[in-house]
Design a protein around this ligand. Structure first.
Ligand SMILES: [Zn+2]
Ligand SMILES: [Zn+2]
Length: 90
């Protein structure tokens, strides 16, 4: 990560328990610039539900001629293959 002001690579200062600073944040990372007087605080909230990310299975799709990710349990829209069909070909 680069300094907002002078584009120098920032020095990682450490991670802190976010609750000490802002209610609701899980972690705060502070980074400082060795070149100018800049400190950057990165506040992060761990999202409780990573289930937002749909589960995917991947295969090399011969129709699209590229690696395709398809939702779990669904056949590929392009080549019609299912995950089971591709277990042997991956
Ligand atoms: Zn700087
Ligand atoms: Zn496919």
């Amino acid at each position: 990560m680069k300094c907002w002001h002078c584009n120098t690579e920032l020095i990682w200062g450490g991670d802190h328990d976010g609750s000490v600073a802002h209610e609701g944040y899980d972690i705060i990372t502070n980074l400082s610039c060795p070149n100018c007087n800049t400190t950057v605080y990165v506040e992060h909230i761990f999202s409780g539900n990573d289930e937002d990310e749909p589960e995917m299975w991947e295969h090399y799709c011969e129709e699209e001629e590229t690696e395709m990710a398809v939702g779990k349990g669904e056949p590929c829209n392009w080549c019609g293959k299912k995950e089971e069909d591709c277990e042997s070909c991956s």
